[in-house]
Design a protein around this ligand. Structure first.
Ligand SMILES: [Zn+2]
Length: 315
């Protein structure tokens, strides 16, 4: 998931057939404007102006169960997921417990307080990491005191307008929404199938500014005591995309650099070259399991398939 608007023709749009695979994610906008244009606040205002009448659809119920489902992945890792969010906007949230501190990888939409909902998982010092600055990954980032992100995230995380994001069709520029559909998504007008609270205002949604106070880049290490994660800079999906790699255990948290769904390049200026290099690098990485930013986790054989499919299509 990415932006709420775009300004340029989709000149380099990839045909739907080229990336119509299993469960689409469509996180980026081929041929779209550079992100400075994509996220320009004036565009958001223009797009939102017609929505003076605030809709509360009768079909949107209020959630009666926990907002986040949780699943234990292994003896140190939890997976959390926003069950009432359309897969298009539902990122994977990971909590990793180490001996001396824990690590949070991405934080969801921020429509409820993750730090409260999953308070029992945050019972020790925590490094909260954003794999990149897209709104569906940083919604609760501001709730955590120690925030880690790539330096390229800084220009986005400093303001709600730069982060962008919306919870229904009318919050997106029409051509952006159409692009998501053309990419293979089956989208209805609403991205939430239930409201978190009866008084939740879908149209008032925005992501709180959440500037990182720790910048992390290629080669840095997040050490949890008995496990350590190398930071890999994996540009392509976005300039600030990073992965977190436990080389000893072969575990990679890949954010949206790679996941088991359509991978789209061309969201940002400069073409897919950076993404090609990232996929070539990922292909050779000695991973045992990849926990992506969306969709189910997968192993090395599937990683190679995904990388090869991408590289065949793009190069
Ligand atoms: Zn993304």
């Amino acid at each position: 998931m990415l932006a709420t608007g775009m300004t340029m023709p989709l000149g380099r749009r990839v045909s739907r057939a080229a990336h119509a695979v299993s469960v689409p994610h469509g996180s980026i906008l081929p041929g779209a404007a550079p992100v400075s244009q994509v996220l320009h606040p004036a565009m958001l205002a223009e797009d939102r102006a017609p929505r003076a009448r605030r809709l509360r659809l009768a079909s949107v119920n209020v959630a009666s169960d926990p907002w986040f489902t949780r699943r234990r992945v292994d003896d140190r890792t939890w997976h959390l997921s926003e069950q009432h969010v359309h897969p298009f906007a539902r990122c994977n949230v990971w909590v990793v417990h180490g001996r001396i501190r824990s690590m949070l990888v991405d934080s969801g939409l921020g429509v409820v307080r993750l730090s409260t909902e999953a308070a029992d998982l945050f019972d020790r010092p925590l490094a909260a990491v954003a794999t990149h600055s897209h709104w569906d990954h940083v919604g609760s980032f501001h709730e955590f005191a120690q925030r880690y992100a790539h330096p390229e995230s800084a220009r986005y995380l400093e303001s709600a307008a730069a982060i962008g994001g919306a919870l229904r069709r009318t919050g997106f520029a029409p051509e952006t929404w159409q692009y998501f559909i053309d990419s293979g998504y089956v989208l209805e007008d609403e991205l939430l199938s239930a409201l978190p609270t009866p008084d939740f205002d879908v149209d008032a949604y925005s992501v709180a500014p959440c500037p990182a106070n720790h910048q992390i880049d290629e080669g840095d290490v997040i050490d949890l005591g008995d496990v350590a994660y190398e930071v890999l800079h994996l540009p392509g999906h976005s300039p600030d995309s990073i992965g977190l790699f436990d080389r000893a255990g072969g575990v990679l948290f890949s954010g949206d650099a790679v996941y088991d769904g359509p991978l789209l390049e061309g969201c940002y200026e400069g073409g897919p070259e950076a993404y090609v290099a990232t996929m070539q690098r990922l292909r050779d990485l000695p991973v045992r399991v990849v926990h992506g930013g969306h969709e189910p986790s997968f192993g090395r054989d599937r990683l190679i398939e995904i990388c090869d499919t991408f590289l065949t299509r793009v190069t």
